[in-house]
Write a protein that binds this ligand. Structure first.
Ligand code: PRT
Ligand code: MG
Length: 220
């Protein structure tokens, strides 16, 4: 049995066409059922639905053989024990620094002020500001980072941006792009050895189903 971990939402939706190309279709409607383990049209393949941030953990510890996870999630997880053979170029967005429209970020950086940064992505944020030589106090949040600068909790946030409409709706401006983000196929290293043939076949099918020209991520 091959177990594939997916998260509900955009990763699930955008993975379905890739799965189909690999000859794998869901045998039941994920919307109508509350089940967390879904059978597929291939008797030897099943899908498990987990929280996006839990995908690397499931795959690392063998709860799933493969999974699809955002680069943002992988960077925070650390990627230990995971083979990452493919950039699937789905669920694309960018990781950016944003501030309130009336906060002069460039001046704060130039003056060497300590900047309070709220984020779910502390590891990426720490590396980014260390590289720039900017002193920051990081505040870990689990949701709605956009609220932090509006309430005075932080001067800046590090968050994912795709259309930019969430930032605009909260009168925040993007002042720095840290990196482009897309989702990756991740594989448990032991499973890759033990179930080499079927896993390789899935990786190859995914690869040939990808659009020939890489889509530009973080489009505006
Ligand atoms: O939402 P939930 O708490 O269930 O879990 P999750 O947020 O971890 O899952 P999901 O499905 O929202 O995100 C899964 C993956 O999709 C992420 O790990 C990213 O790799 C990728 N992705 C792509 C995004 C976005 N685009 C995105 N726009 N993840 C989140 N967002 C959020 C962003 O955080 C911000 O709040 O959407 C908002 C900004 O969107 P725009 O379009 O207004 O700019
Ligand atoms: Mg979300």
């Amino acid at each position: 049995m091959i177990t594939l971990a997916l998260s509900k939402g955009r990763i699930f939706d955008e993975s379905l066409p890739l799965l189909k190309a690999a000859g794998i279709e869901l045998a039941e409607d994920s919307e109508s059922s509350r089940r967390l383990i879904l059978a597929t049209t291939r008797p030897d393949v099943r899908v498990v639905l987990v929280r996006a941030t839990d995908v690397p953990t499931y795959v690392q510890h063998g709860g799933a053989d493969l999974g699809v996870a955002g680069l943002d999630v992988l960077l925070e997880h650390g990627g230990q024990g995971l083979y990452q053979p493919l950039d699937l170029r789905i669920a694309q967005c960018r990781m950016s620094v944003a501030v309130r429209a009336d906060f002069d970020y460039a001046a704060a950086v130039k003056q060497g002020s300590r900047i309070r940064v709220a984020t779910k992505y502390v590891s990426v944020a720490r590396d980014h500001f260390a590289d720039k030589g900017v002193h920051v106090d990081l505040i870990k949040l689990y949701g709605s980072m956009e609220l932090a600068p509006l309430t005075g909790l932080a001067d800046a946030i590090v968050d994912l941006v795709s259309t930019g409409s969430t930032l605009a709706a909260n009168r925040l401006v993007e002042v720095e792009r840290i990196m482009d983000i897309s989702s990756r196929l991740v594989v448990n290293q032991a499973a890759l050895k033990l179930k080499q043939q079927p896993i390789r076949r899935i990786i190859e099918a995914f690869e040939s189903a990808l659009p020939a020209v890489p889509a530009k991520s973080g489009q505006e």
